[in-house]
Design a protein around this ligand. Structure first.
Ligand code: ATP
Length: 300
């Protein structure tokens, strides 16, 4: 029997490295990145409905045709030809304008949820093709785990899981607009070119120290985020193996070998910043939540 409602979790991501390696037709930047899903995730509940409604209680992100959850639902119904609707409730945990792909996670979660809700049984490559039309990071949000990602962000190679570690993530109060960060990159360029190939090798070898040596972000100098250097200094002082900005910012994270060190560092960072998270690598992407979360409260 097809379900009347489904609960989905959709992990955020961090860039363990991000390099800009050229330009592509259409003005896109050619990227080379290692992306890592983390266990900080969005929680979604989808219920069958005649209409399309999206709610994100407590979030300032507008619900309009540009919202990635709305776009994903429309793209799913367009692709499948289903004449149906859905009521979507999203508990947003991932900071916005952080470079953590929270909006892409929402889109991926909606696609996975609708696929289950309506028994469409689309393949991962069909979901990724629909997702790519919504945003460059949506295919990764569907795949999750650890991937080397190239091109516009659309060429993905799954890697073995990254070595066990903890991430301490700090989101400053002001976020970054991704297009604005790339526009500044076009003006000023970058001195930073992380070695993504070396980082891939380090992951294949299970070598956390080498992974950290190869880490870096070519957008760090031009993101416009004012707090990056300060947060990095605090993370380094707290014993991070390395620290860097994720995506186009503004979130910054440190890598720690042990949970205890990460918790101590997070406590130190909370003296300065309100949004501090400790996360671990996640081996999956957007997926149905465990069975105990599948009861959608009646009347919501
Ligand atoms: P990325 O790494 O994909 O650039 P990000 O963290 O920089 O991720 P998001 O937080 O995913 O960016 O999205 C930022 C912008 O997208 C915001 O300005 C917001 O208004 C718009 N947006 C549209 N839909 C969503 C959504 N469901 N969640 C968050 N932001 C959304």
């Amino acid at each position: 029997m097809q379900e009347r409602s489904v609960a989905v979790i959709a992990p955020a991501k961090l860039n363990l490295s991000l390099d800009v390696v050229g330009t592509l037709p259409g003005g896109y930047h050619a990227l080379d990145m290692v992306m890592q899903a983390i266990d900080l995730h969005e929680s979604l509940l989808l219920r069958r409905s005649q209409e399309l409604t999206v709610r994100m209680p407590g979030s300032f992100v507008p619900i309009n045709p540009k919202n990635t959850a709305v776009k994903a639902a429309l793209a799913f119904f367009d692709y499948t030809g289903l004449l149906a609707g859905v009521d979507i409730l999203i508990r947003k945990r991932v900071p916005v304008r952080a470079g953590m792909a929270g909006g892409s996670a929402d889109a991926a979660g909606v696609l996975v949820g609708l696929d289950a809700l309506y028994g469409a049984k689309l393949s991962m490559s069909e979901l990724c093709a629909i997702g790519a039309g919504i945003g460059a990071d949506v295919p990764f949000a569907l795949m999750g785990g650890t991937c080397r990602v190239q091109g516009k962000g659309d060429l993905m190679r799954p890697l073995p899981p990254c070595p066990d570690c903890r991430f301490v993530i700090v989101m400053p109060s002001i976020g970054v607009s991704t297009p604005a960060a790339f526009a500044r990159y076009d003006e000023v360029g970058t001195p930073a070119h992380p070695d993504c190939a070396a980082q891939e090798q380090a992951i294949r070898a299970g070598d956390l120290n080498a992974l950290c040596t190869a880490a870096g972000n070519a957008l760090e100098h031009c993101s416009g985020a004012k707090e990056t250097a300060h947060i990095r200094a605090l993370l380094d002082e707290a014993g991070a193996l390395t620290s860097l900005m994720t995506g186009s910012g503004a979130a910054v994270f440190g890598v720690f070998a042990k949970e205890e060190q990460a918790e101590q560092a997070a406590a130190a960072l909370r003296e300065h910043y309100r949004q501090v998270f400790v996360a671990r690598p996640d081996r999956g992407g957007a997926r149905l939540a465990p069975a105990r979360y599948q009861n959608y409260p009646a009347g919501r």
